[in-house]
Design a protein. Sequence first.
Length: 246
Amino acid sequence: MSTLIKCELIKLRHSLSIGMLFLLALLPIVINMARPLLIKQQYQLFDLYFPLYNQYALFFPLVVMMVATAVFYMEYSNGTYVDWITYGYSKQKLIISKLTVAGLVLLAMCLLNYFIMALGLLLMVHATIVEVLQMTASFWGYSLIVILLNLPFGALLINISRNAIITTVVGIVCMVINAILMAAPFGYYIPTIFAYRFGLLPISRSDFFSNANFAASVGSTITIVVICCLVTLSIWQFSRKKPIEN
């Protein structure tokens, strides 16, 4: 497995699309970091973090799906799919290696985003240790759930359609739906909405759900089940023999 992961990392080393996605992931943070520089006034940490978090939460799920698309689509676009599946490894190991590499890329994106965000905010405003820990829990709680949800979903879509445009369009549609339903009181039934509100919990309990305990238990259960189903489906779908292999 480690050999497969190294091979996938080598393939991505000179990938322009991954570099562009790093920049796209940074866009909401860079734009929102400019706000206090343009509008001079007294800010508290969460005055700046909350709009930044909203913009990040809007775009990051799409970025996750686009990373999954980029990692898998290269085999279809370069015509190397058949060569790739004849490496001598099982298909399960092949897809798990790509999912692992995509996950590592996304974690690197999150680390970069968090470092720039935290450094910029702490240079602009005074914050207590507790506030920094709350911000950290908010950012990483949301990011990790979205990676676990959207990465296998993106892999499933690209391996069904073998078309990057279709996967991207679906990602944009999901982004719009999330934006519309972010404040929905029933949002804990929708994993991506639950992830957004869960990320707000460390910094503002009032922005979670009114029935917090019920919402947390139901939302967590549904989210875990959906993640397991998406991972299982993505591996199962990829493991099936396709017409391109005949």
